[in-house]
Design a protein. Structure first.
Length: 299
């Protein structure tokens, strides 16, 4: 815990330095091994910034579930929100993109596309510093919760998309070694590494969650979404006839070698195809679906 508080203090110093020099505030990526407590570290960093009257943007790229109510995110989604209140208040504004899977590896190309779209919104928000609110957000920086068990290649793409300059790695020597090789000898900006890799130990008391616990937390996040953290929402059900909607799914289509120019690898030519759902409607019972207003599948 001492290491985490020290990290939060260092980020505060970097915010002050960035403000003095007219530089962007620190943009942090938190990653690590499975059940390493990275969500808890994100909460510590956000609350530390909040107590210093900062309002950082928190980005959750972990589509499994969130154990932190304050930073809650619907399963199968990636989200961004301004951290403006304590743990018992619903985030006033949240931007979410529906991924549709609980693990990024279920559809890596679609995951990268969704994360890329969210990054554009986040960077635009950080760049909009003309108003008092925008200036406060811009000077507070960014805290990103990485996906579960990412590859170094995926993290490098996330670092590039969100222009990350500090990476905290919890309890994962493999990731630390791989990212240190990539960014260890990189360029410096105003005397500091462009991307700083910081290893941190796993906090004491962090244990592996049982599958029953994970399912419970996912159900709780869904309930919080519909009923509110303080149960002050009053949702109601709407019955829709299946004949009035079209169930579709997004698939990645890779062109065969015979359809590509000579020497081009098929893995580099990936297209997203919207197809009609071929399963039985009972397969999506108690599942989260995204509602899209479109007149045809081509839209």
């Amino acid at each position: 815990m001492r290491d985490y508080l020290s990290s939060a203090a260092v980020l505060e110093q970097r915010r002050q330095r960035a403000d003095d020099l007219g530089l962007p505030a620190p943009r942090v990526l938190v990653c690590g091994s499975a059940f390493s407590g990275k969500s808890s570290l994100c909460q510590i960093l956000c609350n530390y910034a909040l107590r210093r009257e900062h309002t950082p943007i928190f980005v959750d790229l972990d589509t499994r579930y969130s154990s932190i109510r304050q930073l809650q995110n619907l399963p199968a989604c990636v989200s961004a929100m301004n951290v403006e209140h304590g743990a018992d208040e619903e985030p006033a504004r949240r931007m979410s993109y529906f991924f549709g899977h609980l693990d990024w590896s279920d559809n890596p190309k679609l995951y990268e596309r969704v994360v890329s779209h969210l990054s554009r919104v986040v960077l635009a928000k950080l760049a909009h510093n003309t108003s008092q609110e925008g200036a406060s957000t811009s000077s507070s920086g960014l805290i990103v919760n990485a996906p579960n068990q990412p590859t170094p290649a995926l993290l490098e793409k996330i670092i590039e998309m969100y222009e990350i300059d500090v990476v905290f790695i919890l309890d994962n020597e493999g990731l630390h070694s791989a990212l240190s090789q990539t960014y260890g000898g990189g360029p410096k900006v105003n005397g500091m590494p462009k991307v700083e890799i910081v290893p941190l130990p796993k906090a004491g008391g962090v244990v592996q969650a049982a599958q029953k616990r994970i399912r419970f937390m996912r159900a709780l996040r869904v309930r919080d979404y519909f009923y509110g953290v303080m149960r002050d929402f009053h949702p109601y059900s709407v019955l829709v006839d299946l004949s009035d909607v079209t169930l579709v799914q997004i698939e990645t289509a890779t062109l065969t070698a015979s359809m590509l120019p000579l020497g081009q690898e098929s893995q580099k030519s990936v297209e997203f195809v919207v197809r009609a759902f071929s399963g039985h409607p009972s397969q999506v019972e108690n599942a989260l679906l995204a509602v899209v207003r479109a007149n045809s599948m081509n839209e």
